[in-house]
Design a binder for this molecule. Structure first.
Ligand code: KG4
Ligand code: ZN
Length: 341
């Protein structure tokens, strides 16, 4: 069963062909990071225009790399939402066109269901269920229970900013560029992550929710109080900025891992999953691994290429959805806000 998947929810134009939900025959990701970098965040109108330019070469590239023609496909899967509506529309229309012309079933995929499938794609057949999954990206920070393949129960989520969004905003404030996560991750190596003590509010009403807007404001106050200017050379910021971002990163990672541990202790899963763009963070990977080892649980984290946005995870989630009989009609629309499950 070969599925072509298309992902255009944010600033990556991606296409992939995956066989039986587990063998990646091709995966192409064209990132627009350089286009949005001067603005310190994604400019939606620019993103959709660039998706339009990239979608045909990216899809043809994925088909060529897989050595496939369209007749050999069994289905076309596409990210329906959530995301930037103008960006999503480009992928949805392309997928509809291809599925219609070549007479293939069209399978709608939720972006987060894609991220949740990435650990299964990377560790085929190894993940014991039920699992507790922490999904951390630029748009989402959520904890799910995964009782069975393709089934997700939301346990908690951020009440304000997503963790990746906080990384991006702090990097923007300090003139470090976009996307902030990988930049802060790199600059934190060897810096003093105890230089500034940031505390992240714990949500105390019993829910497994997160909140990251407070720490962003705390960084802003620290910058103002200490008269810290944005980096003149973003590739070599001064020590005080490196220590500041390392301290910020440590606080965010501590909050994420603390919640993961608490939920795992409450629900006794058989495994832990960590996925989404922020799962690329080296400290988060290390701390999540330490927590899993403490709890005696296996932890499954996709490689970085499958953690950040890609279409292979959408094809894998599309395979699960297809097997459950999920199909879209030709009236499929992009949904900026789409609940999961
Ligand atoms: O999953 P993703 O590629 O797109 C969304 O669905 O949002 O996640 C992108 C987010 C961005 O906020 C980016 O700064 C963050 O993931 N990110 C990281 C790292 N690599 C990417 N955050 C922290 N450390 C990283 N190494
Ligand atoms: Zn994503």
């Amino acid at each position: 069963m070969r599925i072509l998947a298309i992902e255009t929810s944010c600033d990556e134009t991606a296409a992939a062909v995956v066989e039986d939900g587990r063998r990646i025959l091709s995966s192409i990701v064209s990132t627009q990071a350089a286009i949005h970098s001067p603005y310190g965040g994604v400019v939606p109108e620019l993103a959709s225009r660039h998706h339009l330019e990239n979608i045909c070469p990216v899809v043809s590239g994925a088909m060529a790399e897989a050595g496939m023609d369209y007749a050999g496909l069994d289905a076309v899967a596409v990210t329906q939402g959530p995301g930037l509506v103008g960006s999503l529309l480009v992928g949805v229309q392309a997928a509809k066109g291809l599925a219609f012309v070549h007479g293939k079933p069209l399978v709608p995929v939720h972006h987060i269901a894609g991220h949740l499938q990435a650990p299964f794609l990377a560790h085929e057949g190894e993940v014991p269920l039920p699992a507790i999954a922490l999904v951390v990206s630029g748009g989402h920070t959520s904890l799910f229970e995964v009782p069975a393949a393709g089934e997700f129960h939301l346990l908690g989520r951020t009440r304000d900013d997503a963790a990746g969004e906080a990384f991006d905003k702090v990097a923007k404030l300090l003139g470090l560029g976009y996307p902030g996560g990988p930049i802060i991750d790199r600059l934190s190596q060897g810096a003093d992550d105890r230089a500034v003590e940031f505390t992240i509010a714990r949500i105390k009403d019993g829910k497994a929710d997160f909140s990251f807007s407070g720490i962003k404001t705390a960084v802003l106050h620290h910058v103002r109080k200490n008269g810290i200017a944005p980096a003149a050379d973003p590739s070599r910021p001064p020590r005080e900025i490196r220590d500041l971002v390392a301290s910020f990163q440590r606080a965010v990672v501590t909050a994420l891992v603390r919640r993961l541990r608490q939920v795992a202790e409450d629900r006794s899963p058989a495994s832990l999953l960590l996925t989404g763009g922020v799962a690329a963070n080296s400290l988060l990977r290390k701390e999540a691994a330490r927590t899993a080892a403490d709890l005696g649980l296996p932890l499954f984290v996709p490689p970085i290429s499958l953690s950040t946005d890609n279409a292979a995870m959408i094809a894998a989630a599309g395979f699960v959805a297809y097997a459950r009989g999920i199909r879209a009609g030709w009236d499929l629309n992009a949904e900026a806000h789409l609940p999961l499950g």
